[in-house]
Design a protein around this ligand. Structure first.
Ligand code: SD4
Length: 330
């Protein structure tokens, strides 16, 4: 079976659940447009890539109880890290080509502090380790064995991350071992979350098992501050999903926040971020990138290459799944 078809089939059940959820909960809504000078900021608010409604529900629970945005994004994305049916984040994530599940994650707070783990194995919640790196060490990034050792020192338990389902699919993939460094558009479930708390402070988190069947040691954009995630509490925040290599090449999330600083709305900034990637890939746009962004006023935006990307938003205005505009129309 061709890999594309295989991945399509393997994600069919997830897709079925997702589309059922979409049908029941997707309220078609345009992202907010131009900044209006006199409207009060929307806060608190949490948004995340894709339709991870349980994650935004958890983040909202924290925010609505008066919690801060850092706790909200951490606890929000932890829901997906723990969900074994989500095969692109945390426990149950698809392994690399050698059968090892290796996780990437980062977190960033209102003061520009950040922590990140890359190529982390055997630990169920990489975002929580990333937060410890941020808060308990003088460093920003810990990798591989060192990150794992650090996690044990901080009391995290050794956990088998390879579920039976992911192992079965990997063994099937191994029959042909067809390696194409292109994430199929139906196989993108990295969670990036951005939140503003009642004080108006912004934080973000991003967590993933990365590209399925990647070369051992490969690290994507998701744990790279500025690429997969960036927060500037004066301006706003952005996060990414999709083919990490392309996001790294344009330092996508930092770019988007800087574009907001220059006066663009989150929507306009996400569109420009995607267009920079397109400009570097004129001959091949057969891959997916999705950005989401928020500004200090709680206005949000998103843009992607392929149709199909959505993002979740939870604020006093509701808990909604927002279809993203795309560069390729259909
Ligand atoms: C990566 N950006 O490792 C991640 C992949 C992704 O849903 O978004 N998957 O490149």
């Amino acid at each position: 079976m061709k890999r594309r078809k295989f991945l399509k089939n393997s994600t069919l059940s997830t897709a079925g659940i997702l589309s059922a959820t979409l049908l029941t909960s997707c309220k078609e809504q345009e992202p907010l447009k131009k900044s209006t000078i006199n409207t009060p900021p929307i806060k608190p608010i949490a948004i995340c890539t894709w339709n991870f409604l349980n994650a935004t529900a958890k983040a909202w629970e924290v925010l609505n109880a008066g919690g801060n945005s850092l706790d909200a994004v951490q606890q929000g994305v932890m829901v997906e890290e723990a969900d074994t049916t989500n095969q692109t984040v945390g426990v149950g994530g698809r392994p690399d080509r050698d059968g090892n599940v290796t996780l990437d994650s980062c977190i960033m707070d209102k003061n520009g502090n950040c922590g990140s783990v890359v190529y982390l194995q055997n630990i169920a919640s990489p975002v929580s380790v990333a937060r410890k790196v941020m808060e308990d060490t003088p460093h920003v990034i810990l990798a591989g064995k060192g990150a794992e050792q650090f996690a044990y020192e901080k009391g995290f338990k050794k956990t088998n991350l390879l579920t039976e389902q992911s192992k079965k699919e990997w063994l099937e993939w191994k029959k042909t071992s067809e390696y194409k460094p292109i994430i199929n558009i139906e196989n993108h479930d990295t969670i990036g979350m951005l939140a503003i708390d009642k004080n108006g402070d912004i934080s973000g988190a991003c967590t993933t098992s990365g590209m399925a069947y990647k070369i051992g040691g490969r690290v994507g954009d998701s744990p790279i501050i500025g690429a997969g995630l960036f927060v500037d509490n004066e301006i706003g925040a952005a996060t990414a999903t999709g083919v990490g290599e392309e996001v790294v090449r344009t330092v996508g999330s930092f770019l988007i926040v800087e574009l907001i600083r220059q006066g663009k709305t989150p929507q306009e900034a996400c569109e420009e971020g995607v267009k920079r990637i397109i400009a570097k890939n004129k001959d091949n746009t057969d891959f997916q990138i999705g950005f989401i962004a928020i500004n200090k006023k709680g206005e949000t935006g998103s843009y992607c290459i392929q149709p199909g990307f959505t993002y979740r938003s939870y604020s006093k205005e509701g808990h909604i799944n927002i279809p993203s505009k795309s560069y390729i129309k259909s």
